[in-house]
Design a protein around this ligand. Structure first.
Ligand code: ADP
Ligand code: ADP
Ligand code: MG
Length: 679
């Protein structure tokens, strides 16, 4: 086995590889770009080498520099992760030339599977079923049009060199073909440097089911069952699971055999995935499922953890063993699966705006309780939740790399149990600072189609009515959580027990407070009344007042506490994270954004308009810092008020002269009461 390897990647996959290496006693070398100087993957490795600028072409794709780093640090092998150099046959060759082991398949297998058209020709000879289509070398547009007409519409034009869901065009009718071809070729040449395309029948409502294969240098090749990756947006995977719902033993065996045949046709070594598109006439008729080869990915896949979860195997360990010349640890008949696993890709993006990628800082990044990645084996250790990520709270999702923040993987005895665990784990994932798809994922998980395993690649558009712009918390509950949180913070700031000293209100004679909120761009006023010790009533907007109680929760399911808010009879656990006036409210039902306007910040504005100074909240006048006739400058302190045992200074909104003080120190004043006149 290797003593030291270099990991030619970043983010979660670099951390993932490092975890297994550490467990196996193998030293690791990280490479990093300018943007990643302090990144988690750098910390996860024993050594790190800076390889250049932030753009991938200046660092993670600079393979001469990376190979130099491997030599300088004495690494014996290079793990390419996924993306970047993982499917670059020149890099695989360069590793060999430099005397380094490339932890992946032989360069010849990468080359053979690198172009979709060529690989389909190969698969044809190997007897693997193909989607009806054209994958010839002749790229004459008139010929391509004729081929598409023969295949029929809708047809799919695919860049042969494409990947990551890019370079694909669905064509609905013959008249649209020419324009779609031109646009597909433009994207292909820009993204992949080649405009060669192939044409396929566009399978309606298909499923994406792929088979994990593994080969070794001794001629063995096995499959580790399937993954269903049908839930996609922009032809990219969002949720992946294993086993595929509805899969029969017979179909699994057929698909497994086809995948192994595909791998053997290119003398495959290491981890690979054979992707199939599966036609089905109905969701509950597995016997109607027909599978066709789509492509082979000659690397470890993003979604490999679901396979690890059901098989109890560590695929990175297998990669390292195979690369160092060992035979596969298990034979086909020894590979078993238990239970059901689902992975959700948490991405920095805005689902409500066509999944536009987002960037920004992870100001809050709270994860569900999960196993630290020790062993990939979730079924053996009884670990139900696993998180693979490459970021920490405070890190930034930069525009340079992809938008994946983390992968959340759950395992259960049944799909139902895995689903429930996923929903809970997503509820416990709190991210503030940038847009993510966490709430969207919850809506997918709870949608009728996903819950009942009616899977196909059109699931997201089909369920769009329940997936987007959903507020599952509601204004009233959100307001209750935010106000309870604010009260707790106010009283806690004085060092008092926030919940036994509710009588503090009474001693001031204050029985009522107002809060100005902003929800979905609209101002909302909330009124809170003191009823009796521990019980408040809250009226939000025009809605009827409801009783409100709250207690801090020591036994919170989330690290970092939170509050139990009892509102309208329902007891809700909520956690509130502030970002300026914006409050991010997380509850088991969902998350919502609502603003709690700072009365003092806005009091100045109101005063400015009226030229008056009013109490921003009910409370007691502590003191005046000025007297009638004084000249004051904007920003100068005029009076101090106390409410909820906190002092608030009221400052002059503009230069002027104090005309009159309308109260004396010690007076109780109502909200909105004019305290003094400024001219
Ligand atoms: P998978 O089926 O495993 O999701 P993809 O083709 O979508 O495979 O790509 C795998 C991962 O590698 C994705 O996270 C993608 O963003 C990343 N990736 C692909 N190509 C590149 C590239 N050229 N540079 C950086 N990351 C890439
Ligand atoms: P990439 O290299 O970008 O991953 P794939 O060929 O694997 O490209 O296709 C990506 C996705 O596009 C598939 O998972 C599937 O959802 C969809 N797709 C690909 N080919 C077809 C087809 N012939 N019919 C319907 N959908 C398809
Ligand atoms: Mg693919």
């Amino acid at each position: 086995m290797f003593k030291k390897i270099l990991i030619a990647n970043r983010g979660e996959i670099a951390c993932r590889v490092a975890a297994t290496a550490r467990r196996m006693g193998i030293q690791t070398v990280a490479v990093y770009s300018d943007a990643d100087a302090g990144a988690k993957h750098v910390q996860a490795c024993d050594e790190a080498v800076h390889v250049g600028g932030s753009a991938p072409k200046d660092s993670y794709l600079r393979w001469e520099r990376i190979l130099q780093a491997a030599k300088d640090t004495g690494a014996e092998a290079v793990h390419p992760g996924y993306g970047f150099l993982s499917e670059n046959e020149d890099f695989a060759k360069a590793c060999a030339a430099a005397g380094l082991v490339f932890i992946g398949p032989p360069a010849s297998a990468i080359l053979a599977m690198g172009l979709k058209a060529e690989s389909k020709r190969l698969m044809e000879t190997a007897g693997v079923p193909l989607v009806p289509g054209y994958h010839g070398a002749d790229q004459d547009p008139a010929l391509l049009q004729r081929e598409a007409d023969v295949i029929g519409y809708p047809a799919l034009i695919k860049a042969s060199a494409g990947g990551g869901g890019k370079g694909m065009r669905v064509v609905e009718k013959s008249e649209d073909f020419a324009a779609a071809l031109a646009s597909c070729q433009r994207e292909a040449i820009n993204s992949f440097g080649s405009d060669a395309v192939l044409i396929e029948k566009y399978v309606q409502r298909p499923r994406h089911i792929e088979i994990q294969v593994f080969g070794d240098t001794h001629g063995n090749c096995v499959y580790l069952f399937e993954r269903d990756c049908s839930v996609q947006r922009r032809h990219q995977k969002v949720l992946e699971e294993a086993p595929a719902p509805g899969m029969t033993e017979a179909l699994r065996a057929q698909m497994g055999a086809a995948a192994v045949a595909a791998a053997k046709a290119v003398n495959y070594v290491g981890a690979g995935t054979v992707e199939f598109i599966v036609e089905q006439t109905a969701y509950d008729q597995p016997e109607s499922m027909k599978f066709f080869f789509m492509e082979m990915n000659t690397r470890l896949q993003v979604e490999h953890p679901v396979t690890e979860a059901i098989t109890g195997l560590d695929l990175v360990e297998w990669q390292l063993r195979v690369a160092s010349g060992e035979p596969l640890p298990l034979q086909q008949s020894e590979i078993r699966m238990t239970g059901h696993a689902i992975e959700a890709r948490i991405c920095a993006e805005n689902p409500d705006n066509n999944f536009l990628p987002a960037t920004g800082m992870l100001q809050v990044y709270r994860k569900p309780q999960a196993s630290s990645f020790e062993r990939a084996n979730m079924s053996d250790t009884g670990v139900a939740v696993r998180i693979d990520d490459g970021v920490r709270e405070g890190d930034t999702i930069s525009p340079f790399y992809d938008s994946m923040v983390a992968k959340l993987i759950v395992h259960g005895d049944t799909r139902e149990q895995a689903l429930a665990r996923l929903d809970t784990a997503l509820a416990q994932t709190h991210i503030v600072g940038l847009n993510t798809n966490v709430q969207f994922l919850r809506h997918v998980v709870r949608s009728a189609s996903f819950a009942t395993a009616k899977l196909d690649t059109a699931l997201i558009p089909r369920e769009s009515a329940v997936l987007f712009k959903q507020d599952t918390v509601g204004l009233q509950a959100a307001a209750a959580a935010v106000i309870a949180d604010a009260l707790q913070a106010e009283v806690a700031a004085q060092g008092a027990d926030p919940f036994s000293r509710r009588d503090g209100w009474q001693s001031h004679g204050i029985t009522q407070r107002r809060f100005e909120l902003e929800y979905e761009g609209q101002p909302v006023r909330a009124e809170l009344r003191y009823e009796r010790a521990g019980v408040l009533s809250l009226q939000v907007g025009e809605a009827a007042a409801a009783s409100l109680q709250f207690t801090s929760s020591e036994t919170s399911p989330n690290p970092g506490g939170g509050l139990w808010v009892q509102f309208n009879g329902a007891r809700i656990h909520s956690q509130v994270h502030a970002q300026g006036e914006v409050r991010h409210v997380f509850t088991p039902q969902g998350a919502v954004r609502i603003s709690l306007l700072d009365p003092l910040a806005h009091a100045g504005e109101a005063a400015q308009e009226g030229g008056r100074l009013t109490a921003p909240m009910p409370g007691k006048v502590v003191s005046f810092a000025v007297k009638a006739g004084d000249r004051v400058l904007a920003g100068q302190a005029l009076a101090v008020m106390e409410a909820m045992k906190m002092e608030h200074t009221i400052a002059a909104p503009q230069d002027g002269t104090v005309a009159e003080l309308l109260y004396a120190p010690g007076d109780q004043v109502a909200e909105g009461a004019e305290l003094l006149k400024l001219l």
